[in-house]
Write a protein that binds this ligand. Structure first.
Ligand code: NAP
Length: 474
């Protein structure tokens, strides 16, 4: 039986790795989600089968089944509605909430282990096990409060602006140093139980203080970092409980979160150190300003005739498309133009929307063929030959200031070169700025036409002006 459990763990670990690999592409992502879920089911089943009895010898000897079953039912009753109720645009908040729960679970298991092993503290809690427990509880508790703060900021329950005060970094470092010093003391003298609640309190407080100086605008990146912390907490838990699968799963979670945050930082031209120490977020607010410059706007009728006359169109989707839930109407527009023999492609910026992959998921939902979705690096060379760049609810990721204006907070961020197309049309509701809170130079170019309105409503209006053509797919 013990061998069976190890085999189950190996299959689970393989499924987790395949899951990450398959989730890399929209075409295989559903398979990836299924593989990950199956891996987790096997992991839970294997752990329950292999649980040693109270005498340490038995297999399949889990006590308190009713507690485990109750916890699973409660988790399902809370988790399933959350998945359905929360809209796609709130995915970052939902992710933050799941990290908070996962991290709290790891921290509570660490706390329970600490007190449970107290009677044999001198032998069982010495050295490596206590180090693992300290890492697990520190990261678990700070990720718990940090993720709740991140969720509060994104949901606008808490102020989005960075909350700063004098010597903030010094205070944070001191607090962290005290927590680490307590952890070292607990490793050396694990029977010093009075220190443990103080250690927990400091970890919880550090989680809050770490996040408050960071502006709401950078919360998605912070969430990816917290994801990595939650994974590391789970990995440490694996060492403390001597569970190989937890070590593997935690390490995969920790490293994938880290890689994701690095990708996001690169795509926004942010420094990783800056994210960790919460120094940014303030710049963006100070740059929020409205500029009074002339721009041109057009009606749906005019937009339709420009599209009709084009032979190539590149659609650049952004957060506004997700808010308006315009993906199905955009699919209708794509079908309509393709049937007219017009070449239509989609330009996907790595941080368009609010989470990496946001646009891919949205467009996949509307069954837009994957081979029509082009990544930024591949599509940018195509804009100069393109007749119309149609920007739908995207803003920052198309702002040419990122290339030219050294004073811009987004200077250096790679963008979609929509301004190099022959004509640019932008669907959005107003001249208001996007996520970064800055004006977009694109809107004032002579070749740009602003199409004011809700993305779904405006695309519907354009479609009314473009009667369904006979099928002449290119
Ligand atoms: P954006 O800069 O936030 O702009 C979205 C635009 O959509 C807004 O200017 C808004 O203008 C418009 N909009 C909102 N609702 C709309 C509706 N119903 N119909 C039509 N338009 C609507 O979005 P983005 O260009 O996708 O850029 C993403 C931003 O998020 C970047 O700054 C990026 O750095 C940041 N970010 C992304 C990630 C990620 O992983 N994706 C992570 C961290 C940060 P109106 O109000 O005028 O309509």
């Amino acid at each position: 039986m013990a061998h069976l459990v190890q085999y189950i763990y190996i299959v689970s670990a393989a499924l987790f790795i395949l899951s990450l690999k398959w989730m890399n592409s929209p075409a295989s992502s559903r398979r990836g989600v299924f593989a990950g879920s199956l891996g987790m089911l096997l992991a839970v089943a294997g752990t329950l089968i292999g649980f040693p009895g109270s005498n340490g010898a038995g297999i399949g000897n889990v006590h308190n089944w009713e507690w485990i079953a109750t916890a699973m039912v409660i988790g399902t009753v809370i988790g399933v509605p959350i998945a359905y109720i929360m809209p796609m645009t709130a995915v970052p908040q939902r992710t933050a909430l799941s990290h908070a729960c996962g991290a709290l679970a790891a921290a509570l298991v660490g706390t329970a282990e600490f007190y449970q092993l107290q009677p044999q503290a001198d032998t069982e809690l010495r050295g490596f096990v206590m180090v693992a427990l300290a890492v697990e509880t520190l990261l678990g508790f700070l990720t718990f409060t940090g993720s709740l703060m991140a969720m509060g900021k994104l949901q606008e329950v808490l102020p989005q602006r960075p909350i700063t005060y004098k010597n903030q970094n010094a205070v944070n470092f001191t607090l962290f140093a005290i927590a680490v010093a307590l952890a070292v003391r607990l490793v050396l003298v694990p029977t010093d139980t009075l220190l443990f609640p103080i250690f927990i309190g400091l970890s919880l407080l550090f989680g809050v203080l770490l996040i408050i100086p960071i502006g709401g605008a950078d919360m998605p990146t912070v969430i990816a970092i917290l994801n990595s912390y939650a994974g590391l907490a789970a990995c440490a838990m694996g060492f403390a409980l001597n569970n190989n699968l937890l070590i593997v799963a935690g390490a995969l979670d920790g490293s994938s979160g880290l890689i994701l945050s690095i990708i996001m930082c690169k795509a926004m031209n942010r420094s990783f150190t800056n994210v960790l120490f919460g120094a940014f977020g303030q710049i963006q607010e100070s740059h929020a300003q409205a500029q009074q410059r002339p721009y041109r706007s057009a009606s749906a009728e005019e937009a339709a005739s420009i599209l009709e006359a084009a032979s190539s169109v590149i659609i650049a989707p952004g957060y506004g498309l997700a808010v308006a839930q315009a993906q199905h109407k955009v699919r209708d527009l794509y079908d309509n133009l393709m049937r007219r023999g017009i070449d239509v492609k989609f330009a996907i910026h790595p941080v368009a929307g609010r989470m990496p992959g946001h646009m891919n998921v949205l467009l996949a939902e509307a069954d837009i063929p994957y081979d029509r979705l082009w990544g930024m690096e591949d599509i940018n060379g195509e804009f100069p030959q393109c007749d119309v760049a149609l920007v739908i609810g995207a803003n920052d990721v198309t702002n040419p200031a990122a290339r030219a204006d050294k004073s811009s907070p987004i200077y250096g961020m790679p963008i979609l070169d929509v301004d190099r197309a022959r004509t640019v049309m932008v669907i959005k509701r107003s001249m208001r700025p996007g996520f970064a809170g800055i004006d977009n130079d694109l809107y004032y170019l002579g070749k740009t036409l602003m199409l004011f309105g809700d993305a779904k409503a405006f695309v519907t209006e354009i479609l009314k002006e473009l009667p369904a053509p006979a099928a002449v797919a290119k």
